[in-house]
Each structure stands twice: as C-alpha cells, then as structure tokens.
Ligand binder design. Structure first.
Ligand code: CP
Length: 325
C-alpha cells in the first residue's frame, strides 16, 4: 500500500508535538513512509544505515512498554545510536528540573529527544529550549501523536482508507491523550468520530473537537467500522469516576454482545496496556479476525521509524527510505 496523491509532500516540521495542526497531506506522508518500513521490519535483516551517526535519547518520566521499546527499535533499525533514560535513574531524583535536564542533554548534541511526561504541555516547554527535534511520546492527557499515527496506519491497512469511516472511541476519554490525537487525526482524514463513555469520563466541550457524544454502547457502536477501546487511566484520576469496575464492564466493557451492533467487518483496537475484564473482554481482545491490538504494536515500530526518518535524516540523502516522500 504505497503511493498516494500526497506522498511527495515535504514534511515541514522540526518537532512532532501533536497531531493537531498537521494537514491530511502531512499525515499521509508519514503513513506512506511507515508502510515501507513495515516491509523492512518483516525481513530477517532489519537494519539500515539511514541514520548512521545520529543520536536519539528516549527520556521517559512515566512508565511505558510499547512506546519506549518501539522508539528504541525504530532508532536502532535505522542505524542511529539510541540512549534510554527514565526519571528514576536520572538526576531528576536529585531535584534537577525538566528544563535543566533537557538543556544538559542538549549540550551533548542530540538529533532527537523522545519525551514522555505526566504533565500536559511539558514536552512543548522542553522543545522551546533545545536545538534538536523533539517527539512527544505522550504528555499528560494532551496528545500521543505517534499512537494516533500507528492507529491510523492499522486502520488504513485493514480497511483501505480512513475517509468516511465511523470510528467509536470508547472509555476514559477524559484522561486520554490517545483519544485526543486520534480525534484530531481522524477528523483531518475525513472519518466520523464518536466518543462513547459515561458522562463522568467525557471532557466538557469535547463537542468542539467535532465528535458525536454517546453515553450508551448500543448507540455509540451502531454501524461503526472501528471500535477503539481505552483503559481507565486511574493514575490520572483524583476521585471516583465509575461506581465499580464490575459495573463499568457491564455497561461499557466490550464483549461480543455489544460489538454485534457494529458493522459485520468492524475491527477492534486498543492502544494498550489493556485491563482485561474492565474495558474489554478477553475473547474479543484475542479474536485475531476482529482485534488489531497486536497489529497496532507491530505498526508502532514502523510509524516511529518514519517519524525519526522525517525529523532527523539528512535532507539531501535518499538512501534506504521506505517510500519516496
Ligand atoms: N500505548 C502506549 O502508549 O503504551 P505504553 O504506555 O506501553 O507505551
């Protein structure tokens, strides 16, 4: 799946801080390039020397399995040197500020800094202080742009196009950076987005983002092409948002009965980590005909390769690129 009308678009950004503000053409450029990297990642020999000599630091102030590992693999498969840092093992624990940490790393001549932080806006603050490209790996409940991009790539590869699809994003919308990035991206690409959750988990004024609000899975999933489930993000909650996880599963947990009102070909997605039996039933999560959860993980590496490529490579070099941008 290569070659779109937009695939020759130049990517004009130094950082990737969010999906908001990217055009459909720029999103398509990233997805087209990532498609090529999917094939590279499926070969026995996965490495190229495209980013030979580049230095990438993964700076994670919150836990991660998928994002950190896939950024590390992405950088290494493109031939870059990749360093992983977490707040636990850094001088942040001795009281160093986020900005001082960033300025310290900046002095070591990095090419890209991949940052996850619990505070919305922290990654932008840091991007304003450094010379290298900064990639948002998730900041508070603001955005998680590479998750939105990999979700889009998974949908596009399975269903052909995003344009005109009905996508139901279900669960803890209030605390979800994944929901925000997906809403911006899906709207830009012509999909129709519904958010489905109890009133306590819907942010006020979310309708301004151009989504339909549903409080019932029966109406929210009706005729949907894509059902995207989200975890209850208890680490970002202060207070009680649902009566109990048992009751939450009864009304909002995805099982075959609730999925039955979606289109017959509807696919199921989850960014992970999953809480089985809370927002999704194990049978649905593990149904390889419907569930794209492991496809999402696979495509995450390719999308992060495309992003690192676009933001850090020598613009005069064409060597090893997945597709022509
Ligand atoms: N989807 C996601 O961001 O997962 P991790 O927290 O494991 O990186």
């Amino acid at each position: 799946m290569t070659g779109s009308p937009h695939s020759t678009t130049v990517f004009p950004h130094r950082h990737l801080l969010g999906i908001e503000g990217l055009t459909a053409g720029e999103i398509t450029t990233i997805l087209d390039l990532a498609d090529g990297y999917v094939e590279q990642n499926r070969q026995p020999s996965k490495k190229s020397s495209l980013l030979d000599g580049r230095t990438i630091v993964n700076l994670f102030f919150e836990n991660s399995t998928r994002t950190r590992t896939s950024f590390e693999l992405a950088g290494k498969r493109l031939g870059a040197d990749v360093i992983n840092m977490s707040s636990d093992g850094s001088s942040v624990k001795k009281g160093e500020t986020l900005i001082d940490t960033a300025m310290t790393l900046n002095a070591m001549h990095l090419d890209a800094l991949v940052v996850r932080h619990a505070d919305s806006g922290a990654v932008k603050l840091l991007a304003d202080k450094v010379n290298c490209s900064v990639i948002n790996a998730g900041d508070g409940h603001h955005e998680h742009p590479t998750q939105g991009l990999l979700d889009a790539l998974a949908i596009r590869r399975r269903l052909g196009s995003l344009d005109g699809l009905i996508v139901a994003i279900c669960g803890d919308i209030l605390h979800s950076r994944v929901a925000r990035s997906n809403i911006h991206l899906l709207n830009a690409m012509g999909a129709r987005v519904r958010v489905v959750a109890p009133p306590t988990l819907i942010p006020s004024q979310i309708d301004r983002l151009g989504v339909e609000i549903h409080h019932s899975m029966a109406t929210g999933l009706k005729d949907a092409d894509v059902v995207m489930m989200l975890r209850l993000q208890t680490e970002r909650m202060s207070g009680q948002y649902v009566p109990s996880t048992r009751e939450y599963f009864y009304f909002y947990g995805l099982d075959y009965e609730k999925l039955a009102v979606a289109k017959p070909h509807a696919v199921v997605m989850h960014p992970g980590p999953m809480n089985r039996g809370v927002e999704i039933d194990s049978e649905v999560a593990d149904d390889l005909k419907r569930s794209m959860i492991l496809d999402q993980v696979e495509l995450g590496v390719a999308v992060r390769m495309a992003v690192l490529d676009l933001l850090t490579r020598d613009p005069n070099s064409n060597e090893g690129r997945g597709t022509d941008v």
